[in-house]
Design a protein around this ligand. Structure first.
Ligand code: NAP
Length: 548
């Protein structure tokens, strides 16, 4: 079956891309989704304690005022069921489901140069073709289960948080081992501990965390969100990170130590990612950063009663926020429970999984269940699960073997008319994702409209554009402390054998947004467009159909 565009993935990105291409440009579009329903990351991530770290009044689409008026979030941070309900509402409102196919995993996408189309194959052997191929596969979707010796011998059950069973897991009375203390593990541990007989948290790298302070939203706040929609959208679209709060312009050195302490204390009490917005230079100046780092470490020591456990939790080896900063609900408090223990893998490494538990250097930890909160093969892993081949069989996997190479995180040379929403080299994971997604969807939609209007067959970046963009991405990262935390999934170091290259664009979403539109306004500067054969007039006529 042929479509004008095929979109892979039915999360925030896929839904909006379908709406934009179909309802604004009049294209024939099909969304193919591996999951059994829409939701993207929120379809898969159903682990205990899962909740978005972005606040609900910002973690949403901003393209429709009507949609904003209709939707009411119930809590400060939305949980997966509410996010899925929201996306379900969006799908219903814009009648999206009729063009979406679930349980349809795309396994291959090959560019057919003679026909100028993408040939797509699914795990069930279905075949589709499309002029434009858009990946909306998410940045953190390919689960990373470490290859621990002995795992296959484990007689208990094990789960990865990103592929959590929909029916849930009953921890009652069970001895649970959780590996991983990133954003996911920090959310999961307090909830698992509530019902587990015993929880052992295996920590390799100690992590900062700030209280989320989740709470039901008051009717006054819900009213405020509706009344101030334009202002909230304006802030989200003009800040560095797409959140609906501004980063302070003051530097750490502008205030006295007492004032600084009071600022951190207020941010700690308020909770959430705003903590990192307290000072302008937290991510660029080591000394400034260390004041925030020491503040959090002091809180850990004051919360956790057992001094040895507190020391292990506070023994953090990277600057605050140089790895993705988690926020939590009673994470450190959880270690005061009698049924929770911490194993510091730096001092007591895992030797192997046994039939009955995990053996570390100091001995055996008997377990019934192992929870892998061990993260993802981020940014490239999900794209690599698809055999993507461009012109003359150019394989994406091969092209990116030294690390991802893109122009603006949107396109790669030799892969004409393939667009990667929130691809590596774009702000993506350093932002409140829906805001970055909307910007990409709108740019791609405008780009495709431009191609069709001008009878342009193909668009792809010039090699030189990719080279200079790649250098710029690294240069931006080097200007921040993100570059100092080399052991981070931003660099791919969490996955064995993965090239170590800083992947997201850290120059700021506001700056990136401006740049993308300027490039488009200059006739897609840095891209190569093939005008040799005009697009089929029939397709072009479809866009110009009345009512569009
Ligand atoms: P992550 O940040 O990569 O953390 C994985 C954890 O597992 C780390 O503590 C890591 O230790 C540990 N680990 C990995 N392999 C290990 C091994 N072989 N042995 C022992 N420990 C191992 O993954 P994540 O927590 O799933 O979070 C990934 C991203 O998803 C986040 O950064 C965030 O962007 C997103 N996320 C968002 C939310 C939200 O919005 N609510 C929630 C969860 C996740 P090392 O640090 O030593 O590698």
């Amino acid at each position: 079956m042929h479509f004008d565009a095929i979109v892979i993935g039915a999360g925030f990105a896929g839904l909006y891309q379908l709406h934009a291409l179909r309802d604004r440009l009049g294209l024939k579009v099909r969304v193919l989704e591996a999951g059994g329903d829409l939701g993207g990351t929120w379809y898969w991530n159903r682990y205990p304690g899962a909740r978005c770290d972005s606040e609900s009044h910002a973690y949403r689409y901003f393209f429709s005022r009507e949609l904003a008026n209709e939707w009411q979030s119930s809590e400060r941070y939305p949980g997966p069921p509410e996010i899925r309900a929201y996306l379900g509402h969006v799908a219903e409102k814009f009648d999206l489901r009729r063009d979406m196919r679930f349980d349809t995993r795309v396994t291959a996408a090959h560019y057919d140069e003679a026909q100028n189309l993408w040939r797509i194959e699914t795990a069930r052997g279905e075949k589709f073709s499309a002029t434009y191929l858009i990946t909306a596969v998410g940045c953190i979707s390919a689960a990373n289960v470490p290859d621990l010796p002995g795992l296959k011998d484990f007689r208990g059950k094990w789960y990865h948080t990103g592929e959590w069973p929909h029916e849930g897991v009953d921890f009652r009375g069970k001895r649970v081992g959780q590996i991983g203390t990133g954003s996911t593990g920090i959310q999961a541990a307090p909830v698992i501990a509530e019902t587990a007989g015993h929880l052992t948290v295996f920590q390799r790298t100690a992590n900062y965390s700030v209280p989320a302070r989740n709470a039901p939203l008051t009717p006054e706040f819900q009213r405020w969100v509706k009344d101030n929609y334009e202002e909230i959208r304006g802030i989200a679209q003009t800040t560095v990170n797409g959140h609906a709060f501004r980063i302070s312009e003051r530097k750490v050195g502008d205030v006295t130590p007492e004032e600084r302490e009071a600022i951190y204390r207020a941010a700690w009490d308020y909770g959430g990612l705003q903590f990192r917005a307290t000072f302008f230079d937290l991510l660029t100046d080591r000394a400034a950063n260390s004041t925030a780092a020491e503040f959090v470490k002091a809180r850990i020591r004051s919360v956790v009663k057992d001094p040895a456990t507190a020391e292990n939790l506070a023994d953090i080896d990277h600057p605050y926020s140089a790895k993705r900063p988690p926020i939590d609900s009673d994470y450190f408090e959880t270690f005061n429970r009698p049924n929770v223990a911490l194993v510091n893998l730096r001092k007591d490494p895992i030797e192997r999984v046994t039939a009955t538990g995990i053996r570390t250097k100091s001995g055996e930890h008997p377990l019934d269940i192992i929870v892998f909160a061990t993260g993802f093969d981020a940014m490239t892993g999900t794209l690599f699960k698809i055999d993507i081949q461009g012109r003359a069989g150019k394989r994406l996997r091969e092209y990116w073997k030294g690390g991802p190479q893109t122009y603006l995180g949107l396109q790669m040379p030799g892969f004409p008319n393939l667009f990667t929403i929130t691809g590596p080299g774009s702000p993506s994971v350093l932002t409140n994702m829906p805001v970055a997604i909307e910007q990409h969807v709108e740019w791609i939609t405008d780009c495709i409209a431009h191609l069709r209007k001008h009878g342009i067959r193909t668009i792809e970046p010039a090699e030189e554009s990719v080279k200079s963009w790649g250098e710029h991405v690294q240069e931006c990262a080097r200007a921040t402390l993100l570059y100092d935390a080399k052991h981070s999934w931003y660099f791919g170091t969490n996955v064995e054998g993965k090239p170590q290259v800083f992947m997201p664009y850290s120059g700021g979403l506001h700056r990136y947004r401006k740049l993308c539109w300027e490039i488009a306004a200059k006739g897609y500067e840095g891209f190569v467009m093939d005008r040799s054969r005009a697009a089929a007039p029939a397709q072009f006529a479809a866009i110009a159909a009345p009512g569009v």
